[in-house]
Design a protein around this ligand. Sequence first.
Ligand SMILES: Nc1ncnc2c1ncn2[C@@H]1O[C@H](COP(=O)(O)OP(=O)(O)O)[C@@H](O)[C@H]1O
Ligand SMILES: [Mg+2]
Length: 257
Amino acid sequence: MSAESRKISIQRLNKSFQVNGASKQVLHNINFDVDSGEFICLLGSSGCGKSTILNMISGLDKDYTGEIRIDGALRSESRAHLSYLFQEPRLLPWLTVEKNIHFALRAAKVPAAEWDDRTAHYLGMVNLSGSEKHYIHQLSGGMQHRVAIARAFSVNPDILLMDEPFGALDELTARDIRANLLELWQKDRKTVLFVTHNTLEATYLADRIFMMSANPGKIDVVAPVELSRPREYESDELFFTHKQMIKQFVGISGKPA
Ligand SMILES: Nc1ncnc2c1ncn2[C@@H]1O[C@H](COP(=O)(O)OP(=O)(O)O)[C@@H](O)[C@H]1O
Ligand SMILES: [Mg+2]
């Protein structure tokens, strides 16, 4: 990986929280590099520190030791623009679908003349053409996630952080939306850091999977996913690769995913 193409670089990252007056280390010596345009899944069981890592990369949490660099610049000095997606789509319920996206475009200082084209393009990419005038409460949970993804890509972020975004969806809906996400990612080639505890989801999505263990949280295995794209859930290749991933993950975490 060349230094120029390194989008995220993390070195000797340690994180502790104060709990009842005592310091509790939740992350221990995290080191990794992410290439520009890579799709990385952070895989780990609940409580191992996945969200904490995203919070520090996003800039929301500045209390850590070690280094986080984006495009070579220290996080505190970086002007990188990041989109953050959560398990709840976090849309504005009193606005229509298109107004939700316009709201984000305005916040990202995108010229108003581009709003309609961008909105139409990204809603089309997530199969929501025709839903522009609907209010959020008129949409299913799956559709709300599609809007959130369209909104995240529409602002042209440098990096997309996704924290178990499909964890509350039924598996078939999640599969549809993951496929949409990959189509968008392959077109726009954003750098994605995607948190999950689901090994199949990680195997389907990722270029590389960072497998974590807990107490304190650390990355034990970096597993490349050697599968061509587009990937098929029903394919033997995905089945066998997923099986290997589960084996490695159980090996480090000591329990099934
Ligand atoms: N604000 C906080 N104060 C104290 N402990 C916290 C705080 N946030 C998270 N933790 C602890 O840090 C650990 C990692 O949390 P988190 O990053 O949310 O895990 P994950 O996202 O992998 O489920 C957990 O043990 C959690 O209880
Ligand atoms: Mg979490």
